[in-house]
Each structure stands twice: as structure tokens, then as C-alpha cells.
Design a protein around this ligand. Structure first.
Ligand SMILES: *Cc1c(COP(=O)(O)O)cnc(C)c1O
Length: 360
């Protein structure tokens, strides 16, 4: 059996919406699906303003630009994450400062963030890593703007508040392998009307609706197309079922791998960790991954810690031993909403077989 890492779930409404947008002849980012998609997300995360853009990384960049962050400024980011928070920080000319994570839930360590705050620190981008919300209570009184990167956390909750509702602004990604997907895409969610307006102006060439072709700031062209939003609206309307379906896959994996040397990613008591990709740690990780791949299972080692990439190593004022240890031990198992039970069974059996070989 060939098992991909991820696969998209479509139910027919995506195609119908795209056809409708095509027939209306409205393809660009000012089409009506974009606004409908933004409102659908706003309702789900309880934010007043949502701005759809072409990627999650663009969303981060726009928030940093709207906050006036640039050359000479520092932004604290976690050492264990997809690269986007560090890359977006560099893209606006600022310096990312890497912060280690907590072993207890793999999210950024608020105590270590505090230690890294200096005169140049302008914000922290905190990542709901692998669907696990950060410790937002502890992050609330740092005295600096917190940007929530909820790119992997659709459907997650922290004390009954949805991921995407924390900090001065949150961002989502709708990349093809994310729980709610448009292929490529992203969004900014905020309750701050000025920040929302600033982001809208910056994403649209630095142009205000009231004054076309007048540019006070250098903007970007980070639009989400109406076709992409047509897919997005159909996906957003299934937000709860798409995320619950991934949680079901995680539950099945947990049950099938309970009596093995597999350790699932840890979860704090006060959160609902939404499953993005089911993540486990195993002994001899690289060997387990290659044994799984030899059985057609597209399991993958998770990202290296940013502190071990030559590009970002100079960004870590202190070592990041927790992030580096987890980055060396964790792997992703194939996970998607419509994953059949037989496929989950096949993957779990392949994990058990691989562990039998490496434990021997
Ligand atoms: C996927 C992801 C992003 C954004 O990715 P794009 O491909 O730019 O949409 C940002 N942050 C994290 C943590 C991610 O996993």
C-alpha cells in the first residue's frame, strides 16, 4: 500500500463554488468569495476582522509590517516550528531571536521569552505547534505584542477559546496539507480595527479603498484570488467536521499504538490539541522513518530545530536543547480527514513492525 503524508478532503461544494466564480467572471482578489471566506473564518475564531491573503507566511509578514517592525528590531520566535515565523521576520528586515520550547507541551517557554526581551524586542510570534495552543495566560503579561501563529491549529482550543483568537493578531495557513485548505493561502485575524486596516492597505499595494492609485506606503501584492477563496469558503463551512475528522485519526493511532514504545506528543491539561499531523517520538527515529518508507508509508522526520540550521543558528542567544532533542526524535505519521480506518491500521502495523526491528 502507498500511503501519502496528507491528502485533501473535498466534498463537491469546492468545485461548485469555483465554477460559480468562474462563470461570474470574477477571478481577482476583489471578488465576493474573498469577503465571504473572511467572514466565515471570523465567525469560527470569534475575531472581528479577518483578512485573507496568498499564504500564511505573507500573513505573518503583513502583521509585522503593520506593527512597524523592521530593521534594527527583534522578534522572538520558537526554535521548534516550520520556518515561516523566522523567515517572515527576516523578510521585513528584523532579526528573529530563537527561544527554546517546553518539554511538557512543545510550545514556546514563556519564562525563556521573558529572559530574551531586550530594548530592541518588538514582538513575539508564538506558534500553536502541531495544533497545540501556547500557554496564552503566561504569555499575556510579557509587555509586548504577541502574534499567534495558528497555521497548524484550526479547531484547537485553549481554555475553551479557539486558536486564532489570541494575541494582537493571529494568522492561519491554508496550505494543501493544513486541516482547512485552499491549496495555498493564509489569513490574518484580529480585533484591532487599525491593525486590520493597515494589513488591508499593505496587502493591496499600499492603497486605500477611498483613494485609488495614491500610495503613502510601499505595499505588497499578497491577494488571495476569488477562485482560491471559493474553495476556502466551502472548506471553512466544514471547519468543525474537517478538524474533528483529523482528531478521530489521532484517536485511532493512539489506541493502536498504546502498548508500544511509541510516545505521542505531550498535551497540556487545559487545551484541546487539534490534530494536524499525528506526531510521535520513537527510539532510533531515522531508522523507523526509513523502515516505514520502505513499506510505502510517507512518514517524515519533523523539522530540524531552527537553532540547528546554519541560516538561523546565529539567532539563538542561548542553546535550545529541548527543541533540538524533540526535533531529533519526533516523526509525523500520515494524517488526513478522510483517511480510511484500514489505512490507519496499515500504518500502525508498519510502525509496530519497524519498532520490532529497531528494538531487537
Ligand atoms: C504552514 C505554516 C505557515 C505558513 O505556511 P504557508 O505555506 O506560507 O501558508 C506558517 N507557520 C507555521 C507554523 C506553519 O506550519
Amino acid at each position: 500500500m502507498e500511503v501519502p503524508l496528507s491528502s485533501i478532503s473535498l466534498d463537491g461544494r469546492e468545485a461548485a463554488n469555483v465554477l460559480d466564480a468562474l462563470e461570474a467572471g470574477w477571478l481577482s482578489g476583489s471578488g465576493s468569495y474573498v469577503e465571504a471566506f473572511e467572514q466565515a473564518i471570523a465567525r469560527r475564531v470569534g475575531r472581528e476582522h479577518v483578512v485573507a491573503v496568498n499564504s500564511g507566511t505573507s500573513a505573518l509578514e503583513l502583521v509585522l509590517l503593520a506593527l512597524g517592525i523592521g530593521r534594527g528590531d527583534e522578534v522572538i520566535v520558537p526554535a521548534l516550528t516550520f520556518v515561516a515565523p523566522a523567515a517572515a521576520t527576516r523578510a521585513v528586515g528584523a532579526t528573529p531571536i530563537l527561544c527554546d520550547i517546553r518539554a511538557s507541551d512543545w510550545t514556546i517557554d514563556p519564562e525563556l521569552v521573558r529572559r530574551l526581551i531586550g530594548p530592541r524586542t518588538k514582538a513575539a510570534i508564538v506558534v500553536d505547534v502541531l495544533g497545540h495552543p501556547c500557554d496564552f495566560d503566561a504569555l499575556a503579561d510579557l509587555g509586548l505584542p504577541v502574534i499567534e501563529d495558528a497555521a497548524e491549529a484550526h479547531g484547537a482550543r485553549y481554555r475553551d477559546q479557539p486558536a486564532g483568537s489570541f494575541g494582537i493578531a493571529s494568522i492561519f495557513s491554508f496550505h494543501a496539507n493544513k486541516p482547512v485548505s485552499t491549496g495555498e493561502g493564509g489569513a490574518i485575524a484580529t480585533n484591532d480595527p487599525q491593525l486590520a486596516t493597515a494589513v488591508r492597505v499593505l496587502k493591496n499595494h499600499g492603497m486605500r479603498r477611498e483613494r485609488p492609485y495614491w500610495h503613502d506606503v510601499v505595499g505588497k501584492s499578497f491577494h488571495m484570488t476569488n477562485l482560491t477563496a471559493a474553495v476556502g469558503l466551502a472548506q471553512a463551512e466544514r471547519w468543525e467536521s474537517l478538524t474533528a475528522a483529523r482528531d478521530r485519526v489521532a484517536t485511532e493511532y493512539l489506541g493502536r499504538l498504546a502498548k508500544t514504545s511509541v510516545v505521542p506528543r505531550p498535551v497540556s491539561g487545559d487545551v484541546h490539541c487539534a490534530c494536524w499531523l499525528h506526531t510521535i517520538t520513537v527510539p532510533d527515529r531515522d531508522r523507523v522513518v526509513s523502515l516505514l518508507r520502505s513499506r510505502g508509508v510517507d512518514a517524515r522526520a519533523i523539522w530540524p530545530a531552527l537553532s540547528s540550521l546554519p541560516l538561523y543558528r546565529p539567532s539563538a542567544p542561548y542553546p535550545c536543547p529541548v527543541a533540538e532533542r524533540i526535533a531529533g526524535a519526533a516523526l509525523w505519521l500520515p494524517t488526513w480527514a478522510d483517511m480510511p480506518t484500514e489505512t490507519i491500521e496499515y500504518v500502525a502495523a508498519a510502525v509496530v513492525a519497524a519498532l520490532g526491528i529497531v528494538d531487537a
